[in-house]
Design a protein. Structure first.
Lengths: 284, 680
């Protein structure tokens, strides 16, 4: 159902020339699935929606290497939509050049991803299922509870596995800085593994603190199974609870990190707990 | 516009990860991981993510080149191919077919390796064909064939995650096979005990439960001490030994020589620790052994591997899903190059050239007489240059950096009457060629690679080779035809069909069946689903054989003149002779110049600061390199990666060979280190 509806929408987009191409997943005669830019409606018979395969960053690259007026439609899940919105906010994508075909994730997929919003705001096909509270998950609790020292030990133990593939950065739809902080020699020593992996990953985590959409691409790309998504969850939670802000929901709402530069800060605001989460102070 | 996404296989290590190459206007511009790949499942290491970077490098060779004095001149293919054919022919006519040597390539496809060995064997009636497996896992094929009947990794990569104990000896898995390291962590997360044996500290040893920092070259004492303790404690698997093994009494008697105390003294490890790891390995329900160059690159490499086999079989840790012996293969297709018979003693499928029935089979199939005399190995072909070997054809190998005792290798490379090198860059070896064929890289060809878990995988062409460069497959066909062989293959798929018809273990392999996930050999017929793990119920050779390992210490140990141990190896951002990685900007950014690791105490003694130049000298030669001061190496031990042309670690290494497999002893020699004056 959802697949057929998505194909219909995609076909309409191509036939009515609303976009030059539809970016999604294709399954070939050998059941091989891979990203594909559909430009011919006849190819849409091979469109598939599974498995979850984040397309936002690939879509951005397609748009950035296309002629100025090329319009691209992207078949996207909730996380892809949120990532694309963040890329618009960071001036990586022209809003006018992007169309989305929003599809809903299954309850099963939401559970795998620990996803709080397993659907896009602009939903075109499929039924919304309810989100999952990641903080109820045992695996997450193992890394986010306990005192500072215990947490630091647990994380350091995980992070020292890092083999410096840069896969988390490469896969992250929002990691787009050029030059990348991880590549300037101040913080992370070149040419050595394991290196200052705690620094490496905290630089990345804080860089993304207000822009991470919890898609999990970092964690899925990690060859050594570091639960990188969990590193972002507390920061996302605090932004939501203390500032009413969530990355990727609305292209017009600025991150509080930016708005505090442009707008007068609200003096009644509390400091979020995570600011101190790796220091000496014990939260309890 | 319309970018295309082409699924293919990584060109670096033997893990065989899935890549997706993004192609824009016919040019490979980016690499992404393949979420659906059975091994890598959406992950890649730093090299995999950077695999597209060297493809469009301006240094790519784009035309056949003919030596004119000290320079090269571009010539067309229709001159280059006939010239190669006539030079090789003339040489064979004058000195005999055994005066021709061929080095095939673990970087090339199965089909290309098959054609290469077929060309050498048919055209010149010689078995002088070998490749760089000689320098990495030759002891594995010799020893595991003797003990188990098959020289390949027994299990699959994903099987590791279910092991109860993983014993990693002489493998820097985290840097050399990073995606396999992920499987080790999966096992650890489920409660497996990880034991690492390495004279150096690595990411593996730091993340292991127990690290045994043994003296270099004392693997056999350690393993024998462990076995002795296992038997003394009655932890050996008696049922397994009775039903599936032979030679236990001999082994048991031999192990009387190796009480734990003696083992502990030899390898510099506490007796208690040896007992402890022996018990952990023996008692786990399923234990896996991972090993690599730290085991094989010794003058006792074959004995080292035999000892590993003995330990595994003593405990019955072979032939089940999560146990096994894991020799991690180095090159992307070194498994395949061996499988395809790019070896001097066997045809494709490890069928002996000296067996007359096998010889008949190949003579009939190929319509040619063939030699039954085993040929020469890599180091012999190079070493006999200008003597027994008058002309050589080297396909995508770089002995000028990869072989031991470089000074001697360089002299040899000059001594060939005629040398043809086929490569994608003007390598250090190609500079010695009389004739150079420009060829294609992994992204510019179709065919198959076989990874370390025996998985045939399809390579898909993403871009055309640059300029007038050609696919190696096409070059081989052209040369074959010029040598009057029937090499009129339409494509590599047709070659695979011929391979399947001649090598029973690959009988069921054909391109159509490989599309989605590939197939693991043995796969004898078109219905067979492939083999996840070997030696279930029965060893390939019937019964498993305990072989007595002869312990020989390294041939050259530190002395007064050369007081340091020197070992060579790899590091995470570069690969082998650096031909590709040093032309990848992101990889080269991590490490831009040669270095050697030295312990802080030694550095202080030599008054060397981190980043200063040192001169390392052995009986073969010396290099000047940058000191990296680190406790990763023990006092008295120097580690030098061998990727760097400006300071070739192999200038220093000892060319002494393991008698069983003829692998050189890269891992240990004696060296002297001095501070190099900054202005000198």
């Amino acid at each position: 159902m959802m697949l057929e509806k998505t194909k219909d929408i995609a076909r309409q987009i191509l036939e009515e020339k609303k976009a030059g191409g539809v970016f999604g997943l294709m399954k070939n005669e050998w059941n091989i699935i891979q990203p594909h830019l559909f430009e011919d409606p006849a190819e849409l018979a091979n469109l598939v929606l599974e498995p979850k395969w984040l397309l936002a960053k690939l879509a951005m690259r397609i748009l950035r290497s296309s002629p100025e007026n090329y319009k691209l439609a992207v078949i996207c899940r909730g996380c892809d939509e949120r990532a694309l919105i963040e890329l618009i906010k960071r001036n990586q994508i022209e809003k006018e050049n992007l169309l989305t075909v929003g599809i809903a994730c299954s309850q099963e997929q939401a559970a795998i991803c620990l996803c709080e919003r397993p659907y896009p705001e602009k939903l075109d096909a499929g039924e919304k299922v309810s989100g999952v509270d990641p903080f109820q998950d045992e695996r997450v609790q193992k890394f986010l509870t306990g005192n500072d020292k215990e947490r630091m030990e647990r994380w350091a133990d995980m992070l020292k596995r890092c083999i410096k593939c840069y896969g988390c950065r490469n896969a992250c739809p929002i990691c787009i800085c050029d030059p990348c902080k991880l590549e300037d020699d101040v913080w992370v020593q070149r040419g050595v593994v394991p290196t200052e992996t705690v620094t490496f990953h905290l630089i990345r985590a804080f860089h993304l603190s207000d822009t991470c959409v919890a898609c999990g691409a970092c964690q899925e790309a990690c060859p050594v199974n570091i639960p990188l998504l969990y590193l972002q969850l507390s920061m996302r939670k605090t932004l939501r609870e203390k500032y009413g802000y969530e990355a990727g929901i609305d292209p017009e709402t600025r991150s509080p990190v930016l708005s505090s530069v442009f707008e007068k800060p609200d003096t009644d605001r509390e400091y979020p707990a995570w600011i101190n989460s790796l220091g000496e102070k014990d939260e309890s | 516009m319309n970018p295309e996404f082409i699924k293919t296989i990584c060109p670096y290590c033997g893990t065989g990860c899935g890549l997706i190459i993004k192609v824009e206007n016919g040019v490979a511009v980016a690499t992404y991981p393949d979420r659906e790949h059975p091994v890598s499942r959406g992950s890649l290491c730093i090299k995999g993510w950077s695999a597209h970077e060297f493809i469009n490098h301006p240094d790519r060779l784009t035309s056949p080149l003919l030596r004119k004095g000290d320079t090269f001149q571009e010539i067309p293919w229709d001159e280059a191919i006939p010239m190669a054919a006539s030079k090789l022919r003339e040489t064979a006519a004058k000195y005999g077919g055994d005066s021709i040597g061929g080095l095939s390539s673990a970087k090339c496809t199965n089909e290309e390796n098959y054609l290469f060995q077929k060309l050498i064997r048919m055209a010149f009636k010689t078995n002088n064909v070998d490749h760089c497996a000689r320098l990495c896992h030759a002891p594995t094929t010799v020893a595991m064939v003797q003990a188990l009947g098959s020289g390949a990794m027994t299990n699959s990569i994903s099987d590791l995650a279910g092991a109860g104990c993983i014993f990693a000896i002489g493998s820097n898995t985290a840097e050399s096979h990073p995606i396999i390291m992920g499987e080790i962590y999966k096992a650890a997360d489920k409660g497996a005990t990880i034991i690492a044996v390495d004279p150096r500290e690595t990411a593996v040893t730091r993340n292991a439960k127990i690290h045994l920092r043994i003296n270099p070259g004392t693997d056999i004492p350690l393993l024998c001490g462990m076995m002795r303790h296992i038997i003394d404690e009655g932890l050996h698997n008696e049922d397994f030994i009775r039903e599936r093994m032979e030679g236990f009494e001999n082994l048991n008697e031999f192990l009387q020589l190796w009480p734990v105390k003696r083992a502990a003294e030899e390898c510099g490890i506490d007796e208690e620790i040896i007992r402890n790891v022996a018990e952990i390995y023996a008692k786990a329900k399923e234990s896996a052994i991972i090993y690599c160059m730290g085991i094989t690159q010794h003058a006792c490499g074959t004995a080292n591997v035999l000892t590993i086999c003995d330990l595994a079989m003593l405990c019955g840790h072979v032939g089940t899903e999560h146990s096994g012996i894991y020799p991690l293969r180095g090159q992307n297709n070194v498994q395949g190059a061996c499988d395809m018979g790019a070896l001097p003693n066997v045809y494709p499928g490890y069928q002996s050239v000296s067996d007359s029935a096998i010889q008949d089979k190949f003579q009939n199939a190929w319509g040619s007489t063939l030699s039954d005399k085993p040929g020469l190995t890599v180091t012999e072909i190079i070493g006999l240059a200008g003597k027994n070997i008058r002309a050589a054809y080297i396909m995508a190998e770089n002995p000028a950096l990869s072989d031991p005792d470089t000074n001697h290798v360089l002299e040899s490379l000059k001594a060939f009457d005629f040398l043809i090198v086929q490569d994608i860059f003007l390598t250090e070896t190609a500079k010695f060629a009389h004739l150079i064929f420009p060829s294609s890289c992994f992204a510019e060809k179709s065919g198959t690679y076989t990874n370390t878990e025996r998985r045939f995988q399809l390579l898909r062409k993403a871009a055309d080779p640059p300029g007038n460069a050609k696919e190696d497959f096409e070059i081989l066909c052209l040369l074959g035809k010029a040598l009057d062989l029937d090499f009129s293959y339409k494509n590599s798929s047709e070659v695979m069909d011929e391979i399947a018809s001649l090598a029973p273990a690959y009988g069921g392999i054909c391109f159509d069946r490989l599309e989605r996930k590939g197939l693991q050999w043995p796969c004898p017929d078109s219905e067979h689903p492939g083999t996840q793990y070997l030696h279930k119920d029965r060893f390939t050779r019937g019964k498993g054989l305990f072989v007595i390992p002869e312990h020989t210490p390294p041939k050259e140990l530190p002395d007064e003149s050369y007081p340091y141990y020197l070992g060579t190896g790899r590091m995470f951002s570069h690969y082998h002779t650096g031909t590709m990685t040093r032309r990848s900007s992101f990889l080269n950014r991590e490490v831009e110049e040669a270095y050697a690791e030295i312990n802080p105490e030694d550095a202080a003694h030599l008054n060397v600061k981190d980043g200063e130049k040192i001169k390392i000298t052995t009986r073969r030669g010396s290099i000047i390199t940058t000191a990296r001061i680190t406790k990763r190496v023990s006092k008295g031990y120097i580690f030098a990666p061998f990727h760097f042309t400006e300071a070739r670690a192999n200038m220093l290494t000892n060319p002494v060979l393991d008698p069983g497999s003829k692998i050189p002893e890269f891992k240990v020699c004696a060296a002297d280190v001095r501070k190099e004056s900054q202005d000198g």
